[in-house]
Design a protein around this ligand. Structure first.
Ligand SMILES: [Zn+2]
Length: 159
């Protein structure tokens, strides 16, 4: 390899890592689909993009999924990974679709400090899309309340 090639390779690597650092919500390592921020923007509606990729929060009471009572699964609006079953849903009265547990391995959590008190945020385990926050004031048997943005989910009715 010539010196010139080596230098251009180094600068290409530099550009590649700068592009990665600019992505505001990179999916956790080893997950799919690995889309760029631009690709996500093209794939999602503006509100889905804001919530899933920039950890936004929809206005309470805005999602039709608040009133969804049919039997089926709630899947990630970004990659369609099933996150919740309708049996896990309960009416929390908060204005956001709420669940007392998730399907096994469906989400990963991290702590955010956007409000003064730390909150536990959770993401789709496959695409890294932000779903909502989990609190310790849910019903039995888990005592957990997964407070989910409805726009980050799609409902798939059981056949
Ligand atoms: Zn996903």
């Amino acid at each position: 390899m010539t010196r010139r090639h080596w230098l251009s390779l180094l600068s290409a690597m530099g550009l590649a890592s700068a592009a990665r650092a600019a992505d505001p919500a990179p999916p956790p390592p080893g997950t799919a689909p690995a889309l760029t921020d631009v690709q996500w923007k093209q794939r999602l509606t503006p509100e889905q993009y804001r919530v899933l990729r920039h950890e936004g929060t929809e206005p309470p009471g805005s999602s039709p999924l608040n009133h969804e009572k049919r039997r089926g699964q709630f899947v990630c609006a970004g990659c369609e990974l099933p996150l919740f079953h309708s049996d896990m849903k309960f009416d929390s009265g908060t204005g956001w679709p709420s669940f007392f547990t998730t399907l096994p391995g469906a989400v990963v959590t991290k702590t955010d400090f956007k409000l003064i008190l730390p909150r536990t945020e959770y993401h789709c385990a496959r695409c890294g899309g932000h779903q909502g926050h989990v609190f310790d004031d849910g019903p039995k048997p888990t005592g957990k309340r997964y407070c989910n943005n409805g726009v980050a989910l799609k409902f798939v009715e059981a056949a």
